[in-house]
Every structure is written in structure tokens, then in C-alpha cells.
Write a protein that binds this ligand. Structure first.
Ligand SMILES: N[C@@H](CCC(=O)N[C@@H](CS)C(=O)NCC(=O)O)C(=O)O
Length: 202
């Protein structure tokens, strides 16, 4: 059975869990933060040379990086398809995910460190506000992109998967989708209704 190295609150791991659930692929989750030595094991190091989760072992395939794993899964388990076959659309999604990783996901990661991992007396309020503002700027772009669409690229795809678990973390970081971003609010409501989103929570 496919093995997924992950931990419960990892947004990047959740991206892969969403795809596994959408495609109904059985898997064995291995929590690398459960007080075990998994991170030191040769199999984890082979799957994830940089030591990050998510990482998978699927037969002979050892792979890390959420988007790469999800592309691999979509290719091997094509139903339902989450990555269009059209080359132009694929490149657009690839570019989009790179941009979102750099702008949005990185900023959310920095907020997690600042708000949740640092001792209270070392947290910088001005830094938090700056990051929250940058996140809202990206959300405004997403809201425009979603005008007249159900999902970012039409049908539900790896583009939606790459961002939703991170958006879900915003409320515990003193942020969230501003109410005036109506397209994004409606989109996230649709996402939350998908069984894969619920299934990926743990
Ligand atoms: N670009 C990578 C980022 C992976 C990443 O930063 N994962 C975090 C957890 S969300 C991690 O493994 N941090 C080290 C740790 O928690 O031990 C991806 O998309 O998979």
C-alpha cells in the first residue's frame, strides 16, 4: 500500500491527502512527528532528501514535494482527472502553483512561525500585519480569477488543491478571506463541501 509521510497539521501533507481522497486511493499515513525515528530512517531519507513532508513511497517510487507527488498520482491514477491534458492549461497551472507557493504559501508558513511557534514576547506584531496584508493582496487576485468560475481553472484541479489547505489555516493566524471577496468566499464554501477536504483534515 502507498505510504504517506506526513503529520496532522501539515498543510503541504494535506494537499496530498486531498488528492488521495479524491481518487479513493488507500494509503498508510506515517506521522513523522509522533515521537518516532522515522525522519532518520533510510526509507524516509530516500523519499525526502530535504527531510520535508509530504513524501511518499509507492512501490518503487520514492517522491517528495506536494505538487510533484500530486502530478505523479494524477498520472498513475487518472480517475478523476485533476490535471488537464491540455499542454497550455498544464503550464498555466504549473506557473500558478509556483506563484502561489512563493507568495501565499510561504507567507502563511512565516505567519505560522511568528504566531504559533515563537514565544509570545518574541513575536513581532508589525511583521504579522505585513504578512497578513500581503496574503490579502494575493487573495484579491484569486477573487478576480474566480469571477464566473466554480474553481480556479474551471474544473476542480491541482491548482485548487495547492492552496486550500493553507487558506484553511488562516483563522488561527488572525486572518481569513475578507467578506468583500465574494468569489473567493463562495469558492472556499464549495471546497469545504467536498468530502476530500474533510477527509484530509487529520
Ligand atoms: N515545497 C514543499 C514544502 C514542504 C514543507 O515545508 N513541509 C513542512 C511541513 S508543512 C515540513 O516538512 N517541515 C519540516 C518538519 O515539520 O519537520 C512541498 O510542497 O512539499
Amino acid at each position: 500500500m502507498l505510504k504517506l509521510f506526513c503529520f496532522p497539521r501539515s498543510g503541504n501533507s494535506r494537499e496530498v491527502k486531498i488528492v488521495l481522497a479524491e481518487k479513493n486511493i488507500p494509503f498508510e499515513p506515517v506521522n513523522v512527528h509522533a515521537g518516532n525515528d522515522v525522519k532518520e530512517s533510510p526509507e524516509f531519507k530516500k523519499a525526502s532528501p530535504r527531510g520535508t513532508v509530504p513524501a511518499i513511497i509507492d512501490g518503487e517510487v520514492y517522491l517528495s514535494e506536494a505538487f510533484l507527488i500530486n502530478q505523479y498520482l494524477d498520472h498513475k491514477y487518472p480517475n478523476p482527472s485533476l490535471f488537464p491534458s491540455d499542454d497550455e492549461l498544464r503550464s498555466q497551472i504549473e506557473e500558478f502553483v509556483k506563484k502561489i507557493d512563493k507568495g501565499m504559501v510561504l507567507n502563511i508558513g512565516l505567519l505560522v512561525i511568528e504566531c504559533l511557534l515563537k514565544p509570545k514576547d518574541q513575536q513581532r506584531e508589525d511583521f504579522k500585519e505585513k504578512k497578513r496584508k500581503e496574503i490579502v493582496e494575493t487573495m484579491k487576485e484569486l477573487d478576480q480569477m474566480l469571477q464566473g468560475k466554480e474553481y480556479l481553472f474551471g474544473n476542480f484541479s491541482l491548482a485548487d488543491v495547492a492552496i486550500t489547505p493553507h487558506i484553511a489555516a488562516l483563522p488561527i493566524l488572525g486572518s481569513g478571506i475578507p467578506a468583500d471577496l465574494k468569489n473567493m468566499t463562495a469558492w472556499f464554501d464549495r471546497i469545504k463541501k467536498r468530502p476530500s477536504f474533510l477527509a484530509s483534515q487529520n
